[in-house]
Design a protein. Sequence first.
Length: 121
Amino acid sequence: MFFLEVSLLDLYLFSFFSVLLLTLIIWNVTFLLGESNSKFYHKAFNAGFSANQYTQNINTNIRFFIVGLLFLIFDVELVLMLPIALSPTKSFLDLSSFYMFFLILTLLMLVETSKDFLSLI
């Protein structure tokens, strides 16, 4: 029986060149079959917004941005708390920092609700 010895480098090179060849084939097929003489080919993309729409002063509600900012802050803080909550070994320092962090979050949420920051009307 004949065994073909293949190294890891050969497998990587084969994978790289096969993906490269497949990419070139797909690119050539789409280039040859695609419509290049379309009347919209050389025009800039327009999403339906007029150019003078952004030159006017638009009054926006600042509460929308506050809610977005609060969501971002609390989302990042929850992501920071998740590894501490899911760690299999918890020391006293980990738990105390977790509870202190959670207490600060709770106090901030109480301040925001008492100041009526979260109401959108």
